[in-house]
Each structure stands twice: as structure tokens, then as C-alpha cells.
Design a protein around this ligand. Structure first.
Ligand code: PAF
Length: 296
């Protein structure tokens, strides 16, 4: 274990488990924030939130090869461990877990967990192996970090539903016992959701990217104003997105928040998720808003 000022950097699963087991034997609660590194303010706010609730906060930094498709950005995914350690330290994290691929996948980097249902739509439709990789790595990270509570950002809404389902269905006690908490998306002042991938945006992309939040906001205004026609809400979001001709829409949908699908029977939903995925230049951006529409 290397001590970096007041945070400890741990590289092996055995050491990670033994640190947490001995803390838990002393009745100390453990929070964790799983990440792929290149941390931004969204991660920092999750770490701060965790550090106000747990004496031990483990931040994992692991660019997980199994959640990237063959033509995705695994090789160019941004990495800067020194900068990340400083962000973790300032936000109040106590440990950073930076395993190698061999530590997480001793049998080779393959996915072994498939969560069905929520994985088949939206991100899952355009990235067919992505959520198998996410579910597998999150299970392994939970087995290594043995947290009481794991914190995730709402920006990856579909991922959070997959992780909740992973915890609900896992045969592993160390995974079943984790409480998953989802915190609101952190945004730039013009509404763009914070993301490690924002570094890929050119100056022109960056100027135009807030249109995604503007479209979500338009959809939310319509729902809050009493509109129940979800097709009309989707069309209104598309109209806003189309004001940027360079932007390619992957999806712009209004769906039931718990399933990310349209329910078979039309009626007023309790909570609607508005989700957008769109490409600007070489960067694919995702964002979402949840809107309570049903009974107060
Ligand atoms: O959201 C992320 O950064 C990743 O998908 C996660 C949850 C750390 C798994 O690699």
C-alpha cells in the first residue's frame, strides 16, 4: 500500500478486502464510488457526499475493457492518475483502489454476468455488450471493496437500474448487501452534464452541446404543464435538438422511469424519464431528467 498524503492507494483485491474487513470488524462503515477515472466535479460531489457519511470512502479507478465495444474509445479513454488522486484527496476520499486488469479478470477480460430486461433498450440497443461488462465489473469491484453503500450519478440512469438489478439478483452475499444510492447529475453552468468524455468536445461541439439539456428541459416543462402525450413530448425534444444541424440524434425518448419503456397501457405515469443520446462531432453524449407526473 502506498500512502499519498492522507489517502492510501491499493492495487490488489486481497489487500483491498483485508483493509475493509478489518475496518468493518471495528464497526466502521465503508462507502465506495466506482469510477473509470479522469474524475470531474460530478465524481467529486459523490466522494464528498460519501465522506460525510462514512469514515472510509474507497474510490475505484479502473478503465474496464469489457464495457467498451470493439469500435469504442477504450484506448483513448482519458487517464490521469496523479490528477485523480488529488481530486479524491480534496473531496475527502480515504482510499483509491486501482487494480490491474489481471486483478479484476484473473481468467481474462470476459463478461460473465448478463442482466436482462432493462439492458435491452436505449444504450443496450446500440452497445449490445456494454451492460454485461458493467454488471460484471461492478460485481467484481463490490467483491473487492466490500462496501456498505455505493454511490453513482444519475447521468448514467440506465446503468444505475442495471446495478440495482445486479444487487437484487446476485447470488453473492457481498454484492446483495450493498445499498446503491444515486445522486443528481452535476452540470456545467450552461446545463451540459459533467462527463469524463467532455474532453473530446471541440470548441464548436462544446458551444452546441448544451442543446441536449435544453431539449430535456423543454420535455420536462411540457410534462409539468400537464401534457400526457409522450409522443408529443419526444417530438418537442427532437425539435429543440434539430436546431443544431450537426447533432445526430441516437434517441430522444419519454419513458416510464422504472423500466425505461413505454407501458403497454396508456395512462398517467408516476415518473417519466426523458433520455437523450446524441453525437456531436466524434463524441457521443448522453443525458436524462426524471419528472414526477403522477400522484403527488
Ligand atoms: O460509470 C462508470 O464510470 C462505469 O461504468 C463504472 C460503473 C465504474 C463501471 O466501470
Amino acid at each position: 500500500m502506498t500512502r499519498k498524503r492522507d489517502i492510501s492507494v491499493i492495487e490488489t483485491v486481497d489487500e483491498m478486502q483485508s483493509v475493509v474487513r478489518s475496518a468493518r470488524a471495528d464497526g466502521i462503515s465503508v462507502g465506495c464510488v466506482p469510477t473509470m477515472g479522469y474524475l470531474h466535479d460530478g465524481h467529486a460531489s459523490l466522494i464528498r457526499h460519501a465522506s460525510e457519511r462514512h469514515p472510509i470512502v474507497v474510490v475505484s479507478i479502473f478503465v474496464n475493457p469489457t464495457q467498451f465495444g470493439p469500435n469504442e474509445d477504450f484506448a483513448r479513454y482519458p487517464r490521469d492518475l496523479a490528477r485523480d488522486l488529488e481530486i479524491v484527496r480534496q473531496a475527502g476520499g480515504t482510499h483509491v483502489f486501482t487494480p490491474t486488469v489481471d486483478q479484476i479478470y484473473p481468467e481474462g477480460p470476459r463478461s460473465s454476468i448478463h442482466i436482462s430486461g432493462v439492458t435491452e433498450v436505449l444504450e443496450g440497443a446500440s452497445r449490445p455488450t456494454h451492460f454485461d461488462g458493467v454488471a460484471t465489473v461492478v460485481s467484481r469491484l463490490f467483491e473487492a471493496m466490500l462496501p456498505d453503500v455505493a454511490y453513482f450519478g444519475q447521468k448514467d440512469l440506465q446503468q444505475t437500474l442495471v446495478i440495482r438489478e445486479l444487487v437484487r439478483t446476485s447470488p453473492l452475499e457481498s454484492v446483495q448487501r450493498v445499498r446503491v444510492e444515486v445522486l443528481p447529475t452535476m452540470r456545467e453552468s450552461d446545463g451540459l452534464a459533467r462527463s469524463s468524455r467532455n474532453v473530446y468536445l471541440s470548441a464548436e461541439d462544446r458551444r452546441e452541446a448544451p442543446v441536449i439539456f435544453a431539449a430535456l428541459t423543454r420535455g420536462a416543462e411540457l410534462l409539468e404543464g400537464g401534457m400526457h402525450d409522450l409522443d408529443a413530448v419526444e417530438q418537442a425534444m427532437r425539435d429543440v435538438l434539430n436546431s443544431v444541424p450537426r447533432l445526430e440524434i441516437d434517441y430522444a425518448v419519454a419513458v416510464e422511469a422504472s423500466t425505461l419503456r413505454r407501458p403497454a397501457a396508456q395512462g398517467v405515469l408516476d415518473e417519466v424519464a426523458l433520455l437523450i443520446a446524441a453525437r456531436l462531432g466524434t463524441t457521443r453524449l448522453i443525458d436524462n431528467i426524471l419528472v414526477r407526473t403522477g400522484r403527488p
